[in-house]
Design a protein around this ligand. Structure first.
Ligand SMILES: [Zn+2]
Length: 366
């Protein structure tokens, strides 16, 4: 198959074509220069890498009802918020089933994977590993110790099977705990992340020490804080839809101005769908509604490129012959591709060329 129109990847947006065979890119180039001389099926569209969801809590997919009208901390704060009471009363089988459902939805939407903050200690990490097996998605699990004082033994046990640790916040975890957790992660080449400046402003000097690999939210951050995070080369996961439910918004324009590495996350699965495409559109539109517009290319990169860089797998974000990327084809106008991707991308206008003809056909009608 040849897709003629535009490419959007780690090298930016550009007009061109991509020839895709067996679910991989085998040739790219300028429009009209492909080697097939018209013998291959042609479609018009935009070729991209697959997006990765930058922040989820898939465990709370056990509930999908409108949450009760309580304060933010009564809703989601550990250990006794509404969400944690739900998690405590649901069975392991219910939680695994709910997480599988969320992963299946992401797969249908062409999403490659997610970076998940998994609560409930070692058992929570195990349950998500089980849900993720054979899901077709790559799930980066950042577990969370739950024992008082977060002993090293528990952190190590979690890191045996998790990809890192995702703490609630520096407000809830003293410096000694954060240092111990970060050291354990570093020793194993795993990742240390935490929420920051979500409900109230926190001092970057606190949450950047020890240096995390990722901070989530920064909804109450000052522009100077964003600059400090960007200067420390710490990535930010922004979750504009989830924040908006509580009357907040991440400073996306300031993140772009500061050159911050930004990922887009959909946050709590009990509040919203894990659709990166919905998040992209809301991020773009809401930034304009707030009078602080962020650019379409910056947002498209946050979904399609920056997570792969964060994972140290840049080649997955490159549409080029021989790349390991499994490309998506968007049946969208190729003019101004980043704008199309943030305002019009949807699974209904997407082809996922797969390795076999059968699954290609199936994907095409999906
Ligand atoms: Zn979170």
């Amino acid at each position: 198959m040849i897709v003629e129109g535009a490419l959007f990847d780690i090298d930016g947006p550009r007009p061109g074509y991509a020839r895709i065979e067996g679910g991989r890119v085998v040739e790219t180039g300028l429009l009209g220069t492909d080697s097939t001389r018209g013998r291959v099926r042609r479609v018009r569209g935009i070729v991209t890498p697959r997006p990765v969801n930058g922040h989820t809590h898939l465990g709370d997919a056990i509930s999908s009802r409108e949450p009760p009208p309580v304060s933010f901390s009564e809703l989601v704060a550990p250990p006794n918020g509404y969400k944690f009471r739900l998690l405590a009363t649901a069975s392991r089988a219910e939680k695994v089933r709910a997480m599988r459902g969320a992963l299946a939805r992401m797969r249908r939407e062409g999403i490659a994977g997610t970076i998940d903050f998994r609560e409930e200690g070692l058992a929570g990490v195990r349950a998500l590993r089980r849900a993720a097996a054979r899901s077709g998605l790559e799930v980066v699990i950042l577990g969370r110790p739950v024992s008082p004082d977060r002993p090293r033994a528990e952190v190590d046990a979690i890191l045996e099977i998790a990809d890192g640790i995702g703490l609630s916040s520096a407000r809830e975890e003293p410096a000694g705990v954060r240092r111990r957790v970060a050291d354990a992660c570093r020793a194993r080449g795993k990742r240390y992340a935490l929420h920051a400046s979500e409900e109230i402003r926190e001092d970057p000097a606190v949450y950047l020490e020890p240096t995390p690999d990722l901070v989530v939210h920064l909804t109450r951050a000052e522009p100077a804080d964003i600059e400090q995070v960007a200067a420390a080369k710490v990535a930010i996961a922004a979750c504009p839809r989830s924040n908006a439910l509580f009357g907040r918004r991440p400073l996306l324009r300031e993140m772009e101005r500061a050159g911050a590495q930004m990922l887009l996350g959909t946050d709590n699965a009990m509040l919203l769908s894990p659709s990166v495409w919905s998040e992209l559109e809301f991020a773009y539109v809401s930034s304009r509604a707030a009078g602080a517009p962020v650019s379409a290319p910056y947002l498209a990169r946050a979904a399609l490129v920056e997570p792969w860089r964060w994972l140290g797998r840049e080649e997955e974000a490159r549409i080029a012959a021989g790349s390991p990327a499994r490309p998506l084809v968007h049946r969208l106008p190729p003019d101004d591709p980043a704008y199309q991707l943030v305002t019009r991308a949807t699974e209904h206008l997407m082809l996922r060329p797969a390795a076999s003809r059968a699954s290609f056909a199936q994907d095409e009608v999906a």
